[in-house]
Ligand binder design. Structure first.
Ligand code: ADP
Ligand code: 5GP
Length: 197
């Protein structure tokens, strides 16, 4: 059996619950690699370099861009965020499915560059609930919260460009839906890499 993995691109507004839902899915599936992004934003309390993000300076990030070592990158709320190219490709080659959790501009770049990737939008049940969650998380200043809510409106307006939409009302249900999407793609004939002997 030899199959290449599938690239799943998970997008949705900040506070929709992408991290919460993905954690549940990643814990419950094997052969799944979560891509660790590079960013210039400062670590939040409890975030570890190399685990949650590769935390870089602006100069280090711009070097990655110049050396074409990113699959995609974007500026979001005054910081750079990007997906390191090599680890993602290596895990796909090894037959693992790869998950990117990235914002809209990056997701659209990946869609163009790798049209066989699978875009999934995680939506909040409403804008009011999105605001509650973003404030409830307590990780951003008021200025950044307002910036993220404004970006959220634009991101949600692009929802119909995504092949799948998962509404995160109950996190367990949303995780079940995302898990089902991944499992269904593993069952596609072209992804099976299987012949009867
Ligand atoms: P994102 O990764 O999309 O920015 P998070 O996973 O950090 O979002 O979730 C934002 C906040 O909302 C967190 O405090 C999280 O605990 C909470 N949250 C996530 N999913 C739900 C849900 N289904 N119901 C209620 N609260 C949720
Ligand atoms: P946060 O600061 O909340 O961790 O992330 C802010 C936004 O950046 C989120 O929408 C998140 O999905 C996105 N993001 C995280 N990593 C990447 C990445 O590698 N590329 C892009 N384009 N966006 C990313």
């Amino acid at each position: 059996m030899s199959r290449k993995g599938t690239l799943f691109v998970i997008t949705g507004p900040s506070g929709a619950g992408k991290g919460t839902v993905l954690k549940k899915v990643i814990q419950s599936l094997d052969r799944l690699y979560f891509s660790v992004s590079a960013t210039t934003r400062a670590p939040r309390e409890g975030e570890l370099d190399g685990v949650h993000y590769h935390f870089l300076t602006h100069e280090q990030f711009e070097r990655l861009i110049a050396e074409e070592r990113l699959l995609e990158y974007a500026q979001y709320a005054k910081n750079y965020y990007g997906t390191p190219l090599d680890p993602a490709l290596q895990h796909l080659e090894m037959g693992e499915d790869v998950i990117l959790e990235i914002e809209l501009q990056g997701a659209l770049q990946v869609k163009k560059r790798l049209p066989q990737s699978v875009p999934v939008f995680i939506a909040p049940p409403s804008f009011a609930e999105l605001e509650n969650r973003l404030r409830g998380r307590g990780t951003e200043t008021e200025e950044v919260i307002l910036q993220r809510l404004s970006i959220a409106r634009k991101e949600c307006a692009a929802m119909d460009q995504f092949r799948y939409v998962v509404v995160n009302d109950q996190a367990d249900t949303a995780a079940d839906e995302l898990r089902s999407i991944i499992l269904a793609h593993r069952c596609l004939t072209e992804n099976r890499g299987f012949t009867l002997e």
